[in-house]
Design a protein around this ligand. Structure first.
Ligand SMILES: NC(=O)c1ccc[n+]([C@@H]2O[C@H](COP(=O)([O-])OP(=O)(O)OC[C@H]3O[C@@H](n4cnc5c(N)ncnc54)[C@H](O)[C@@H]3O)[C@@H](O)[C@H]2O)c1
Length: 291
């Protein structure tokens, strides 16, 4: 029997795209699925799709940027399935793209609230429920390859995704002793509607310039790359494969490995120069005390 059978996963942004792909793959493993999303219509469609595959599903309307709504998701999940074992912090938006000076406060705030605080609130609401039963579990955060290496003209998105990678590394150390495994999914381009995140942008984050940005050559190129990305159904299956292997970093695009190797080599070379600096010789061999 799979490690997942009979357990319960809460998946934010599960109505479509990567979230639904993960829900489908986990449902195939026998998990109960709580789909939480801001998009009511697609949430219902997704639930019917999963139910047709024999998966037990609960749907809850959720704006991940609202901490109180996350608490309700947790309560409803426990009421329906008894225990929660996994949270998949997947909901995310592409946000505005463009030069540093073209990015305004509303655009930044939207991406920060959804892509970063949404993950923080999700963990704050669900991790205590996983700790409660003592059977262990999983936290899966959806970042991006953009979080591993900066993407020009995409500052807000890149910053939030890098933060999600860093949070995952921090939480992995924190939750290991509780038997809760943390993983961070870092896809490159996947065929979803991420390029059309504007559809889920609440009024308070509206920005006057977004239509100009959507028409920009950068946005058109990003849309083209997403449309030519890998098939979304692969992603959920890859997540299950990586969870079974206990992976912290989950990659879906092995062809990006040379980029990461170049980055690691550049960082290592920078350390080598620091090691040779006359200013730093007194700490070269100093023992490191970790927290
Ligand atoms: N598609 C890609 O190429 C790609 C690459 C790397 C990372 N990602 C990440 O994958 C995750 C999923 O995106 P996707 O590609 O499936 O995009 P998508 O737009 O197809 O799906 C996003 C889902 O999140 C929901 N959502 C949006 N805002 C929300 C909010 N405030 N609260 C709750 N739900 C909300 C949407 O309704 C939708 O169901 C995101 O975090 C994204 O950054 C996507």
């Amino acid at each position: 029997m799979s490690d997942f059978a009979g357990k319960t996963a809460v998946i934010s942004g599960g109505a479509q795209g990567i979230g639904l792909s993960i829900a489908t793959a986990l449902g195939e493993q026998g998990m109960n699925i709580v789909l939480a999303d801001i998009d009511q219509e697609n949430l219902q469609k997704a639930a019917l799709e999963l139910q047709a595959r024999g998966v037990s599903v609960l749907t809850v309307i959720l704006d991940v940027a609202d901490e109180v709504q996350w608490q309700v998701v947790g309560q409803q999940a426990v009421e329906r399935f008894g225990k929660v074992h996994m949270v998949v912090n997947n909901a995310g938006v592409g946000g505005d793209s463009g030069s540093i000076e073209s990015q305004n406060k509303n655009g930044w705030q939207w991406v920060l609230d959804v892509n970063l605080m949404g993950v923080v609130y999700g963990a704050k609401a669900i991790v205590p429920l996983i700790k409660q039963h003592g059977e262990g579990g999983w936290v899966i955060n959806v970042a991006s390859m953009a979080g591993m290496t900066g993407v020009p003209y995409s500052g807000a998105y890149t910053a939030t995704k890098a933060a999600v990678v860093a949070l995952s590394e921090s939480w992995a150390g924190e939750l290991e002793r509780k038997g809760i495994r943390v993983s961070v999914l870092c896809p490159a381009f996947v065929q979803t509607r991420i390029y059309d995140s504007e559809r889920n942008r609440p009024e308070q984050y509206q920005s006057d310039d977004w239509d100009i940005m959507t028409e920009s050559s950068f946005s058109k190129r990003a849309k083209h790359l997403v449309e030519n990305g890998i098939e979304v159904s692969i992603v959920g299956k890859r997540v299950v494969e990586a969870l079974n292997a206990g992976e912290l970093y989950i990659f879906t695009h092995p062809n990006y490995r040379p980029f990461m190797q170049q980055q690691s080599a550049a960082i290592d070379a920078a350390f080598e120069r620091a090691e040779k600096s006359p200013l730093l010789q007194h700490i070269v061999d100093q023992k490191i005390d970790m927290l």
